[in-house]
Design a binder for this molecule. Structure first.
Ligand code: 5GP
Ligand code: MG
Length: 176
């Protein structure tokens, strides 16, 4: 395992992103919607750096492998507060191809919020397959598989306080 962003770097990046979010919304009330489960650590750190009145909800986005090449994205919004006429900020761990976040935003827009913006911890360079760009990004990273700070490999490593890349040995030793 190789550390890509250590704890101190992650903290500084999240703080920068929180300041940008604060500058955008000022003291307007905000509804933060976290995409589970990868964003759970970022959610906890980020909301404690935001000073406006805010509500927190979560949704789950999971892809089901069907006959099509890209599995259909199933969004479970049961644990979300009412977002109609609210400013919504979606929080996710990583913007890779961009399909997940684009679909989450499209789904939320159907509920007629006042606005929908997105914030992600990581954005992978050169991987995007959609026209959409997240509004707030803490770090741009190279195209490598990363774990830690909420991000998993087979449900492991979410608790690491830093972001690391996996090598062959880590992959072999991860429990299924
Ligand atoms: P997208 O739809 O943007 O391609 O993928 C977004 C989702 O794929 C992320 O929310 C995350 O769950 C997963 N993902 C993409 N890249 C990585 C990575 O490097 N590490 C981990 N752990 N998950 C990733
Ligand atoms: Mg995810």
């Amino acid at each position: 395992m190789k550390i890509l962003l250590d704890e101190r770097q992650v903290r500084a990046g999240v703080l920068r992103m929180a300041e940008a979010i604060g500058a955008e919304y000022g003291s307007r009330p905000l509804t933060v919607i976290a995409v589970m489960t990868g964003s759970v650590v970022l959610l906890a750190d980020l909301i404690r750096l935001l000073a406006m009145p805010l509500r927190v909800g979560v949704l789950q986005a999971s892809s089901y492998k069907g006959s099509t090449e890209r599995g259909e994205l199933i969004i479970n919004a049961d644990l979300m507060p009412d977002v109609t006429d609210h400013d919504v900020l979606v929080v996710d761990d990583i913007f890779d191809t961009g399909h997940t976040l684009t679909k989450v935003v499209a789904r939320l827009r159907q509920l007629r919020p006042t606005s929908v913006r997105t914030s992600v911890l990581l954005r992978k360079a050169g991987r995007q397959e959609v026209a959409y760009e997240p509004d707030f990004v803490a770090f741009e990273i190279p195209d490598e598989f990363v774990v830690g700070y909420g991000l998993d490999y087979r449900d492991a490593y979410r608790n690491l306080p830093y972001i690391a890349t996996l090598d062959e040995d880590d992959i072999a030793s991860t429990l299924p």
